[in-house]
Design a protein around this ligand. Sequence first.
Ligand SMILES: Nc1ncnc2c1ncn2[C@@H]1O[C@H](COP(=O)(O)OP(=O)(O)OP(=O)(O)O)[C@@H](O)[C@H]1O
Ligand SMILES: [Mg+2]
Length: 533
Amino acid sequence: MPSEGREGEGKPVVSMRGIVKVFPGVIANDHIDLDIYPQEVVALLGENGAGKTTLMNILYGLYQPDEGVIEVNGRPVRFRSPRDAIEHGIGMVHQHFTLVDDMTVTENVILGLKKYGLIPNMRKAAEDINKLANDVGFKIPTNAYIWQLSAGEKQKVEILKALFRNISVLILDEPTSVLIPQEVEELFNTIRKLKKKGLGVVFISHKLQEVIEIADRIVVLRKGKVVGRLKVTEANPRFLAKLMVGREVFLQIKKPPTRTGPPYLEVKGLSVMGDKGLLAVKNVSFNIRSGEILGVAAVAGNGQKELAETIYGLRKPLKGRIVIKGKDLTKSSIAERIGRGVALIPEERLRYGCLPRFSIAENLVIEKVDEEPFSHIIPGVTDFLRLRELNSTAMIEYANKVITKYNVYPPNPILPAGKLSGGNLQKVMVARELERGSDIILAVEPTAGLDVAATEHVRKLLINARTEGKAVLLVSSDLSEVLSISDKVMVMYEGEITGVFRPGEIDIEEIGLMMAGAKRMPPEVISRAWVTY
Ligand SMILES: Nc1ncnc2c1ncn2[C@@H]1O[C@H](COP(=O)(O)OP(=O)(O)OP(=O)(O)O)[C@@H](O)[C@H]1O
Ligand SMILES: [Mg+2]
């Protein structure tokens, strides 16, 4: 039996042996062994589509394994549903949130529990939740509705929901991809507390530094197989990246010089209301030229997401103007903006980004089904109706090209998009927006959830787009990403622009101070920057 890189004695809480799971055309899990011990964090690493989520979905009772056994505390078990898994002490927080938006935190946490009565005693429930939250160091407004919460807060609710069910193993599937650095630290503190209480934690992440910081043990998967088991003390980012991908990966990126042209996007005095009824964007003015990437450096929740959504037309501004390639489109519909060349890579891609039941091909052409070659007007009597006939061969052909270019796995154009792994779905979303030939690309967290190789790929594509003369707005909580691919950077704090500079002009500490609101550039320096840059 493999030592799993573990020293000493102790019995695992969970022992998975020889787990096999086959989906049409892919072996997602190919004879995987995994032990989970109390009081330790085991990290699962691997490329997009390597089989991490599948393995954990099996442990959580969402899928049945085709082969293999699971033991909990030495006894073989068979989970028919998450309910069974939870009863055996397994809790899971998914890659995509599963909370009900128009219910409160308390309602979500006690959903499905009988212990608060038929008509639940909400006061008692809220009390218990607050107590648990205190215990693990969370501050959460139990009366708030889910839709009012930030991504970081939603995640805390998901974790509370799992812990509330008295678990001994907590599975966290890419918990940090939606978190800002401070929140990641908070989460790690919580994980450390849970570990002390005796929990075993499974931690999935593509961020190698994080894995090295929080894990005790690392298991690496590639194409459904375990390709490495090591103690964290034996690991370093380069070695891990190589194990995952099976080749050397360069964790840095080259950026060719660019020629900037006229402003493609001009934002003037823009103010936008946020979901919580407060101003999210306050009197913001800036421009992005053709041939330029403008990165936004900001802690999540400082208006950057609302800014991108307003430019795309998902939100109405309170005041201000949005000018796209010289034309005022402040009051235009989303369709008009798309027509004018605006594309959005949205943050919550399962919600806004894609149609999970539709195929990869359909998702890729969704905004151009009424164009040649994806459909033709049916000639003859129906001319005046302009009825169109879909050309599925053209759709599939196009999809195959995109799948190859973006390395989508599995390379099957008719697979429903909802069946892709998280990272591969993200590749499809990014591909759709980048391949549309748009001139203004609004990229919100474009590499969240992507493995090291795919991240490198998307960054290159954004850089290529800009070198070809497009304008890119990059919103990313990964400061090193912002600094490495942007041509200029603006810092946002509480909805305002507090600094503008070129990467390298200002050191990281100072940027951090501006992001935290402890420092700001004089307004005249900021407004001059948009003219002189
Ligand atoms: N319900 C399903 N039907 C068909 N194929 C599936 C299904 N769920 C997963 N797969 C396939 O199984 C493989 C493993 O997917 P999985 O989600 O486990 O990957 P992952 O390691 O979690 O990747 P990521 O880092 O992108 O989240 C992928 O090829 C995926 O497309
Ligand atoms: Mg996954």
